[in-house]
Design a binder for this molecule. Structure first.
Ligand code: FPP
Length: 225
């Protein structure tokens, strides 16, 4: 069995799904939340310790303000609704990225992290205002400031993901094959799966099938097996 400690997901396709079904991108994001619940449930069942979800990139600020506001509103109501359940199910929430949001949302994010901090079954890393290049630059600046050596171990320890194992598996939905500035350092040896399905259509079977395929891979990490 391949160890499976960390699954990272680029949840792409909400906008297209929303337009296709309701002529509303916002409805697509709302439907995407159901899939978020599904992958959390499967991760718990499969005893995956870390799940990272790309919810808002540093580039997503280029979207119309109405869409950004709608996304933040959804995030807000999701967190308010879910924190109790997170505590009940031993789910810890960590935000990766820069918490530079409206004051109210920043406070909610900080509170949600604090309230779930001691949970230990599943850690959800929610990537918000996240950009991998920015993360790497920040890490190098931090090392420079502390006069520390620029090496692999020190860079890893200075990323937002410090103390989190690198993803074993990266999944991108939405029928698009790109990495979109997501975890570029951390996915050096991740197994990558692309799903043609739009995120709201991605279901527990799709997720479980990918987990099964992952188990059949001979992971070599550069060696000859
Ligand atoms: C990409 O689809 C998705 C996003 C930019 C946002 C992801 C957000 C959610 C799943 C809902 C909020 C999440 C949480 C955890 C509260 P897209 O809009 O780029 O889709 P498109 O490629 O079809 O336009």
């Amino acid at each position: 069995m391949n160890p499976l400690n960390h699954v990272a997901i680029i949840m792409d396709g909400n906008g297209r799904w929303g337009i296709r079904h309701y002529n509303s991108r916002k409805k697509g994001h709302k439907a995407g939340l159901k899939t978020v619940e599904t992958v959390i449930k499967v991760s718990i069942e499969k005893k995956i310790p870390y799940l990272t979800l790309f919810a808002f990139s540093t580039e997503n600020w280029k979207r119309p303000k109405t869409e950004i506001d709608a996304l933040f509103k959804l995030l807000e109501s999701f967190l308010k609704k879910k924190i109790k359940e997170f505590n009940k199910n031993q789910i810890k929430l960590k935000i990766i990225g820069e918490k530079k949001f409206p004051k109210k949302l920043n406070k909610l994010l900080n509170d949600s992290e604090k309230k779930t901090n001691s949970n230990s079954k599943l850690q959800i890393n929610l990537a918000l205002n996240y950009g991998s290049k920015k993360e790497i630059i920040n890490a190098i600046k931090l090392l420079n400031k502390k006069n520390m050596n620029i090496n692999e171990k020190n860079i890893s320890k200075s990323l937002y993901t410090k103390n989190i194992p690198d993803p074993d598996l990266l999944i991108r939905t939405g029928n698009t094959k790109r990495l979109s500035n997501f975890l570029l350092w951390q996915i050096s040896y991740s197994e990558i799966f692309f799903s043609n399905k739009l995120w709201p259509d991605f279901n527990s079977n799709d997720f479980i099938n990918i987990l099964k395929k992952y188990q059949r891979i001979k992971r070599k990490f550069g060696k000859i097996l």
